[in-house]
Design a protein around this ligand. Structure first.
Ligand code: 5RP
Length: 217
């Protein structure tokens, strides 16, 4: 199995605050996510500034587009995002139009963000539309309400992987959670608060990388 990549989620309220994390950890991660919160707080300027600061990293704009897929994709790709997210509950044409926009540039991609309700029937539609990536997400609010990772999550993640999707996993992940997913080919793990809020964010990111290598290497 390939080694999963590590993505840091920057759900900060300002670009300056986000840089407090990235200046410490950028070398330890593969992907920098301009989180939904930062996208809303600072707009696509945050994406542009992050990609300019770290051109060697994949920069994801977590816009969670729910409609107007082509327009939102264009805004993010013009700000030099490499990847963007479309929310799973969006109509299929939203995902299709975002993906169509991605094809106007080199190396851009669209991920379907699986937060809240979605179905495998929809997943078949995304696959037929040419979507390659999905993000399996235990939402921040579900986590706060006490929802834990369970067998049904693992089964769904495995099924998505068996369908041929590159699967990202996220949602309040802490280091010990990685063990749960060991038997599954995961493309990316995203950690936000467990890196950003750590006493030593660089050490926290490196611990994630080390554990990924131990489990998938
Ligand atoms: C919130 C998100 C977060 O970026 C993602 O869940 C990672 O953050 P954390 O590890 O803090 O939960 O998409 O909508």
């Amino acid at each position: 199995m390939n080694l999963p990549m590590l993505q840091v989620a920057l759900d900060n309220l300002s670009i300056a605050d986000a840089f407090q994390t990235t200046r410490l950890i950028h070398e330890a991660v593969d992907i920098i996510e301009v989180g939904t919160i930062l996208c809303l707080a600072e707009g696509m300027k945050a994406v542009k500034i992050m990609k300019a600061a770290y051109p060697e990293k994949i920069v994801l704009a977590d816009v969670k587009a729910a409609d107007a897929g082509q327009i939102i994709a264009k805004m993010a790709f013009n700000a030099h995002a490499d990847w963007i997210t479309v929310i799973g509950s969006a109509d299929l044409p939203t995902a299709e139009s975002a993906l169509q926009e991605a094809k106007n540039y080199a190396n851009k991609d669209v991920q379907i963000e699986l937060t809240g309700a979605w179905s495998f029937e929809q997943a078949e539609g995304w696959r037929r539309a040419g979507i390659k990536q999905v993000v399996y997400h235990r939402s921040r609010d579900a986590q706060a309400a006490g929802v834990n990772w369970g067998q049904s999550d693992l089964d769904k993640i495995k099924r998505l992987s068996d369908m041929g999707f590159k699967v990202t996993v996220t949602g309040g992940l802490v280091l010990k959670d990685l063990d749960l997913f060991e038997a599954i080919p995961i493309y990316v793990f995203i950690a936000g608060r467990s890196i950003r809020d750590a006493k030593d964010p660089k050490a926290a990111a490196l611990q994630f990388k080390r554990r990924l290598a131990e489990l998938w290497g």
